[in-house]
Design a protein around this ligand. Structure first.
Ligand SMILES: *Cc1c(COP(=O)(O)O)cnc(C)c1O
Length: 366
């Protein structure tokens, strides 16, 4: 069986370092808001090229906290609109609606799976206060055009960087391209903890201060509560794991690029549409390798019979979910086609050349 993602193997690659740091944390008796989180935040900040990073409990909270902080600052208010791609993972949208802001769905580009930049401006109204850019599957979505739109309409650019740590646009890392960014360190992400974890990055001192407070009961000083906050902190034990793995993220992402390149150059099957390999390789970190085919379930079944595990990202678009009932009758044809046809092949830093060759061979015989 070729697993979709072998998390055990991914983490065992750093076993000695991780175990030593976890043991030291265990023995220290200090488990929250300590030096390990501080050190990881510092290293993440330097890696991303942001002035602030704040460790939080998960990626959804990172995005919720950014929007909540903008509401506290008076930059946004309830009922304001945030533009977001219609085919994103639902967490991007949950973060918006949780703050009683209105998600405005925009269709993606069929070739990149990212928001169709040419369709953003027509959705901007007097209530639009931000654009949530999701670098989906690990591919950067950014351009001068987006920057100009944000400037013209005074919009905040919030990056959902959950799938794209390490990707670059014009020499700058995702997570530093907009006004604020949310990161997820869910175990299966390119930088994964041993449980839930996340972070926010931004360059705005006030925003950072408010987010840090909001994530800690709305308090920057013990027992002084400035905001109605919540509890969303990064644990010391996760911080040490992430701090070890952050050192290797570029190597891990380079291996993912190698695998993607091999799939793209060797999969030859007219029934299958391959993802684009961007001209600038740094614009993709291949969190997922997503192919498209008309008879997706049939291909998945065929691969499963040949002992290759695949997943679908994602089977049901957000506007067809029961959670967003009011949207169920709306039509987003590009998004719906994507959800009907996509299939994710195994890709990771630890997949072997032999496994990749086997997958290619079996797909080419389909
Ligand atoms: C994983 C993910 C999130 C949420 O992160 P969690 O850490 O699971 O809360 C948000 N957005 C996208 C695009 C994701 O892939």
């Amino acid at each position: 069986m070729i697993k979709f993602l072998d998390l055990q193997k991914i983490n065992l690659a750093y076993q000695q370092e991780i175990e030593a740091r976890i043991l030291a944390t265990f023995r220290s008796g200090w488990y929250l808001l300590g030096n390990e989180v501080k050190q990881f935040e510092e290293n993440l900040k330097n890696y991303i090229g942001a002035t602030h990073t704040i460790g939080v409990a998960n990626g959804l909270d990172a995005l919720r906290l950014i929007l909540r902080a903008y509401i506290e600052m008076g930059v946004m208010q309830k009922g304001d609109e945030i533009i977001v791609p219609a085919n994103t993972y639902i967490a991007s949208i949950l973060a918006i609606s949780d703050n009683e802001l209105a998600p405005v769905l925009v269709e993606p580009d069929m070739n990149t799976y990212n928001i169709d930049i040419t369709k953003i401006e027509e959705k901007i109204t007097s209530k639009t206060k931000g654009i949530m850019l999701v670098h989906l599957y690990g591919r950067v979505v950014f351009s001068e055009e987006i920057k100009n739109l944000a400037r013209k309409y005074n919009l905040k650019i919030i990056e959902d960087n959950a799938q794209s740590i390490g990707a670059e646009w014009n020499g700058s890392k995702t997570g530093s391209l907009g006004d604020a960014a949310g990161f997820s360190f869910y175990p299966g992400k390119n930088l994964g903890a041993l449980g839930d974890a996340g972070a926010v990055a931004c360059n705005d001192d006030k925003l950072a201060e408010i987010i840090r407070a909001l994530a800690n009961y709305g308090s920057n000083q013990k027992y002084i509560n400035t905001y109605k906050g919540f509890n969303s902190r990064l644990d010391e034990i996760h911080a040490v794991v992430l701090d070890v793995k952050l050192k290797y993220i570029d190597i891990d992402n380079a291996r993912r690029r190698e695998v993607a390149k091999q799939y793209i150059s060797e999969i030859r099957n007219p029934k299958i549409i391959l993802p684009q390999y961007p001209t600038n390789k740094n614009e993709h970190v291949w969190h997922l390798f997503v192919i498209k085919t008309k008879n997706r379930n049939n291909l998945q079944e065929y691969l499963s019979q040949h002992k290759i595990q695949t997943l679908i990202h994602y089977p049901i678009p957000p506007h067809k979910q029961q959670a967003y009932k009011a949207w169920n009758t709306l039509s987003y044809p590009v998004t719906e086609a994507i959800h009907r046809e996509v299939l994710s092949l195994p890709i990771s830093p630890v997949i072997t050349d032999k496994e990749v060759s086997t997958i290619i061979e079996i797909i080419n015989c389909y």
